[in-house]
Design a protein around this ligand. Structure first.
Ligand SMILES: [Cu+2]
Length: 348
């Protein structure tokens, strides 16, 4: 009986030890994904490149310092360990000018080098470009979506930021309600959006592609679902997008019965008191601007793909799709939901 208990407690200790090793490896290795879609260590433009350079150079300096310090520690522990038969304290050393000079000056030089590099790059990163030198986009954070305005083209859109590849884009950031933070890691570090204040950051994408980001400042229940998509396009495709946004097709022909019904229902149900659709007289300013909606990849701040079924689910019960969403559930009958979702699919 006692033997059995001994075996089982030994077995349990063995399991706990093995579990601890697995947990340690899982936690430490989970930071090792490099080429992920939202990794600052996988930069896709000059801003992120500079920041990744600062991160990696500081990392390697710290690694070298750690290697020197830990080697010295291990050598000291082994060489000066207590020997059998040794009595009393070993010889004591106090005040060694050469050593003290070395361990004061060396860290000072290392820190100065890191400081010079960081300050130099801070000026590059912190530069605010005037509209003549960069495409200006005014970004407004809302609970829980993003508004993007292009003053030079008189365009407003939401959640999907279109930018031309290889061009500097100056983001002018503010918030309509609480604090948010704009973060698309592959294009640059985060910058806060603060109500009543204007912050600036510039980004540039070196390659065409879709870059993902998130709100990075807790802003309420829907914070985790406040996502950003940046669509970096070759200049010609970007120009085509601007053209399409500037000349939206927003009223379906009467022959398209269901979509036209949706166009009417959009006002009757009250959607137009919150949403703007350029090219119609719908000009609500509470929720996202829906102009050219069929061009967007996702809906609900990049939460679900922009399909008819998903638009229906969203209009039918926004909170079921995105907890904390501020769009009200209007309890519309299913035929109205379908008509509006169909209408929104025709906006281009
Ligand atoms: Cu947030």
């Amino acid at each position: 009986m006692a033997g059995e208990m001994l075996v089982s407690s030994k077995h349990r200790r063995h399991l706990i030890r093995r579990g601890a090793v697995v947990a340690f490896l899982a936690i430490s290795l989970s930071g090792c994904g490099f080429a992920t879609a939202q990794s600052p260590l996988n930069p896709a433009g000059p801003v992120a490149q500079i920041q990744a350079g600062l991160i990696t150079s500081s990392f390697w300096i710290m690694m070298i310092v750690s290697a020197v310090v830990f080697t010295a520690l291990v050598v000291a522990v082994i060489r000066f360990r207590a020997r059998p038969g040794q009595r009393g304290l070993p010889p004591q050393t106090e005040g060694n000018n050469r050593v003290e000079f070395l361990w004061t000056v060396t860290p000072a030089i290392i820190l100065a080098l890191m400081m010079i590099g960081t300050i130099k790059e801070s000026f590059v990163l912190g530069k605010i470009y005037p509209a003549s030198q960069a495409l200006q986009v005014d970004v407004t954070g809302h609970q829980f979506w993003w508004e993007f305005q292009y003053p030079s083209a008189n365009i407003t859109t939401a959640n999907e930021l279109h930018i031309p590849v290889g061009e500097k884009v100056e983001l002018v950031l503010t918030s309509a309600d609480v604090m948010h933070s704009f973060w698309v890691p592959r294009l640059g570090g985060k910058t806060d959006l603060i109500p009543g204040r204007t912050n600036y950051m510039w980004i540039e994408a070196s390659q065409p592609g879709i870059y993902h980001g998130q709100c990075a400042e807790f802003c309420g229940t829907g914070h985790a679902d406040m996502r950003i998509t940046v669509d970096a396009e070759p200049p010609a495709r970007y120009a085509a997008w601007v053209q399409s946004m500037s000349h939206p097709v927003s009223i379906p022909p009467k022959s398209n019965t269901l979509a036209y019904q949706g166009y009417l229902d959009f006002a009757a149900a009250g959607c137009s008191s919150c949403h703007t659709i350029a090219g119609t007289n719908y000009n609500g300013a509470v929720g996202p601007n829906l102009t050219d909606l069929s061009d967007r990849l996702m809906i609900a701040a990049n939460l679900i793909p922009n399909t008819l079924a998903n638009r229906e689910a969203w209009i039918h019960d926004p909170q079921a799709v995105k907890p904390g969403a501020l769009m009200p559930n209007l309890h519309l009958p299913m035929n109205e939901v379908r008509a509006i979702a169909t209408y929104l699919g025709t906006l281009r």
